[in-house]
Design a protein around this ligand. Sequence first.
Ligand code: GLC
Length: 441
Amino acid sequence: MQDMTDLLEQAKAVLDMNDRGNYTQPAHGLYPHQWLWDSCFTAIGLRHLDVERAQKELISLLRGQWHNGMLPNIIFRDEPQWRTDRNIWRSWLNPQAPDDVMTTGITQPPMLAEAIVKVGAKMEWPERHSWYRKMYPALLEYHQWLYNDRDPHHEGLVLQIHPWEVGLDSTPPWLAELHGHRLPLWIRVVEKTKFDRVINLFRRDTHSVPSDQRFPTIEALAVFDIQRRLRRKSYAIDKVLDHSMLTIEDLSFNSIFIRANSHLRDIAKSLQEELPADLVKRMAKTEETLEELWDPYSGQYYSRDFITHRLLKVPSIATLLPLYAGSISQEKADQLVKMLENEYAFGPAYPVPSVPVNSFWFQPKRYWQGPSWVNTNWLIIDGLKRYGFKDHAAALRESTMEMVAESGCYEYFDPLSGEGVGAENFSWTAALAIDLLKTKK
Ligand code: GLC
């Protein structure tokens, strides 16, 4: 086991390096803006170093909140050099967008409630009370927006319209759906003429990171095309659903949402606020409806298509995230943990791979198609503890810290060799390593 003092110092240095005053950029060069769930994970680590700075990290997310309550996945920097990033999205096309900052028109997994509670846990009650007071209205509006916009038929689960909303950008269930829909003509032409090799030269991500660790170019173009079509509809959900494109009730997003709802309930209770009755009902329904994602034949949960309710039977890291949701039965939790114990599924030398090792999609170094990520490990460790798997949780905590201590604060890690891949000096890896170091129980 490496020296953990070194790990702490290394992680602190990464957070310092990426500190932009009120928020932390995920990584220099590749990710220069503020990302929603990145800031939540970063605050969870920062709270051990400086609670006020951790609070700032979350408060600065509210700058980007849309008038309808949406929290966007990115708030763009306003310097001229980032004009292209802002223009690709043109959030100003939608009247709900904030006036003074530019953002995307989509969201990311609702980790804010967890981050508010974790940061609050570092305060005594009077301060925690004012902290909750400050954050509660925005958090409530965000959860209400998720139901209003993203569960239009009151079915219980919320839908996502772009793979970036799920945060697991290139995750196989979404890639499989992308291929299932006929790719737009212009992308097929690019594919046929092998022009993707030329396009690859202009990709910013593959300048910083080898291309075999990122999205393949054809899929990257398909994702870009979804964004273009959303922009054409100025991100208005009724127009988007009118001509439905890729609409998925994602398992990982909804698992995180269930947990976030239970944090929201706790926050409201400690403020002696009553949640709107309709919201309370909808929150309970989400937990019930998650069970419709269970496939008894393969003994696991899957995401599903929003329109047809077809299960997208491609396992991925999302498979294990109902443990974090905390609403599933012990029996089902036991079944999920078996997959984590299996070295050919989710249990290789450096777990937890973002795709099971025995999957057709598995590529140990490619983005969300195989590598282990510290944020999903953190969520799984939490879930294991909730279901009484204390030893599993302790083992995963140790192996995660060891992987980061040995290789550095990389964006993701080869689950077979532990090698660090993707961006270097990545903020949530650093922040969550600090949190794992500081939270033994
Ligand atoms: C990548 C990840 C996404 C993250 C972003 C910024 O796109 O897939 O989850 O938020 O980088 O770090």
